[in-house]
Design a protein around this ligand. Structure first.
Ligand code: MN
Length: 211
């Protein structure tokens, strides 16, 4: 299904208390119902005057940011990134009763590119902790299936011409402050237990579709 303007707030595919106690119901309500909702609304407002942007998917809006009139560029950039990043973030989580593992193909790539799951998570954690201020850290794949770690500031998105983000860690304080206050490392250590590796493995297999 092609999704374009007007963008809608996608419901979570788990209940608000599903990620307790790692991510509280309260955090999830604020994060999804307030923060993400605002990005969706402000993206629609930013795009409304530009008919040529209204038939584009989020990926294509992000890829074509430079073609957007200067006056609208900042608003479109921040809000399209806000929607993209959060939809990814919420889609890769699952409650701990659904423990999953990477597919054999993804596991082999993790071993090849990082020397194993533990080392990959360690590297992702360093990136998440090292991200100054607000931003994101990711595991991404290129077209050839080579995995790497990257970070962005604010609501920027990795270079979608060359990479497909597989896993995104939100390191804005609103993602963890109610539950972990200033302890970003503790948030990361818990958050990583909620990853739905089935979803990540499928994103890896589907990377050609997502480019
Ligand atoms: Mn967030």
């Amino acid at each position: 299904m092609i999704e374009n303007y007007p963008f809608k707030l996608k419901p979570l595919n788990y209940s608000y208390d599903a990620l307790e106690p790692i991510i509280s119901e309260e955090t999830l309500h604020f994060h999804h119902d307030k923060h993400l909702k605002t990005y969706v609304e402000n993206l629609n407002k930013a795009i409304e005057p530009y008919i040529n942007l209204q038939n584009l998917t989020i990926n294509n809006i992000i890829k074509q940011l430079e073609k957007i009139p200067k006056t609208a560029q900042t608003a479109v950039r921040n809000n399209s990134g806000g929607v993209y990043n959060h939809e990814l973030y919420f889609s890769i989580l699952t409650d701990q009763r659904n423990v999953t593992k990477p597919s054999k193909t993804l596991q082999a790539s993790i071993e090849r590119d990082f020397g194993g799951m533990e080392k990959m998570i360690e590297k992702l954690k360093s990136a998440a902790i090292g991200c100054f201020g607000s931003g994101w850290s990711y595991i991404v794949t290129d077209k050839n299936g080579i995995l790497s770690i990257c970070t962005t500031a604010n609501q920027d998105v990795p270079d979608l011409y060359n990479f497909v983000p597989l896993l995104a860690v939100d390191v804005w304080e609103h993602a963890y402050y109610l539950d972990y206050q200033n302890r970003r490392a503790d948030y990361f250590d818990e958050f990583i237990k909620l990853i739905n590796w089935d979803v990540i493995s499928k994103r890896y297999d589907d990377r050609y579709i997502n480019f």
